[in-house]
Design a protein around this ligand. Structure first.
Ligand code: PXL
Length: 278
């Protein structure tokens, strides 16, 4: 497998095991050069800490982009996560257009909501902009809350396959080629992921250990990118990322002081075995 260069655009939450502090080590461990563009710098993530700092880096983006273009720096894949402002989304779309190598894979995690609610600081006008970013992606990785916000469908905690299929149809109407919908569970002790491509949905079910662990969306998306860029197909990559995320949750379980994230570092050897030992 040729050595790949991936760009990931998301925030630096200095403490909290999410976004770039998760994506950078996970994608690097998968054996590729991982370049970053921080969307914002926060003292912690926004999910449970109080009085966190937030420095928006939107205005730094065009100069960074121009420098890369001048230096002829191009990427095999661009993966976006938590973004800092509405205005930033337009910059990110332009970066995807101008800094991708031919065939560059654009992966968008519309990280903006969970458990039926938008994260602090986001509103429906941000969701509107995020729809336009999803439209330009090759693969999107929403959870059910994000999928509902993007499509206008009602958020439900209990549902059947026909609800999920409708959600996938509506999401594909936004324009993304492939969809990896996370947190899809039909039974009390299980959850899973539904992959939708070429009009067909495939489901991978796995154990539900705990609900609502912080940062697991970012752990999942990063491992997905790492597997995909190592030649696994969308469904295989979605499966590896799910198995890795379950391991990370297992390694964190029982430590109540570690409520803010998962100990993803402890399961990196297993991820590397799944991806590089194939
Ligand atoms: O994990 C998603 C995420 C990323 N970045 C920041 C967040 C969150 C979720 O709360 O607050 C800053």
């Amino acid at each position: 497998m040729a050595y790949k260069r991936v760009l990931t655009i998301q925030d630096i939450s200095c403490v909290g095991q999410c976004s770039l502090t998760v994506a950078l080590p996970i994608i690097s461990a998968c054996g590729m050069e991982t370049c970053i563009l921080p969307s914002a710098v926060l003292s912690t993530h926004t999910g449970g800490f109080h009085d966190y700092t937030f420095r928006d880096l939107t205005d730094d983006m065009p100069a960074i982009q121009n420098h890369w273009i001048k230096e002829k720096i191009y990427f095999d894949a661009i993966y976006t996560g938590y973004l800092g402002s509405k205005k930033q989304i337009a910059y990110v779309k332009d970066i995807m257009k101008t800094t991708g190598k031919p065939g560059c894979i654009r992966i968008v995690d519309p990280a903006m909501a969970d458990n039926g609610k938008l994260y602090p600081g986001f509103d429906m006008s941000f969701v509107q902009e995020m729809k336009t970013l999803c439209a330009e992606a090759d693969i999107i990785l929403p959870n059910i809350t994000e999928a509902c916000l993007l499509t206008g469908m009602e958020f439900r905690t209990e549902y059947d396959e026909s609800y999920i299929n409708k959600l996938l149809q509506e999401l594909s109407g936004l324009g993304a080629n492939k969809i990896v919908l996370t947190g899809v569970g039909y039974r009390p002790d299980t959850t899973g992921v539904t992959v939708f491509e070429k009009g067909k949905a495939s489901y991978y079910e796995h154990r539900r250990i705990a609900t609502g662990c912080h940062g697991t969306g970012d752990v999942y998306a990063s491992a997905f990118v790492g597997a995909l860029m190592n030649g696994f197909n969308t469904f295989e990559a979605a499966k590896i990322a799910a198995d890795y995320t379950v391991l990370c949750i297992e390694k964190t379980q029982g430590d109540e002081t570690h409520w803010y994230g998962v100990k993803f570092e402890l399961a990196l050897p297993e991820l590397m075995k799944m991806i590089l030992g194939k």
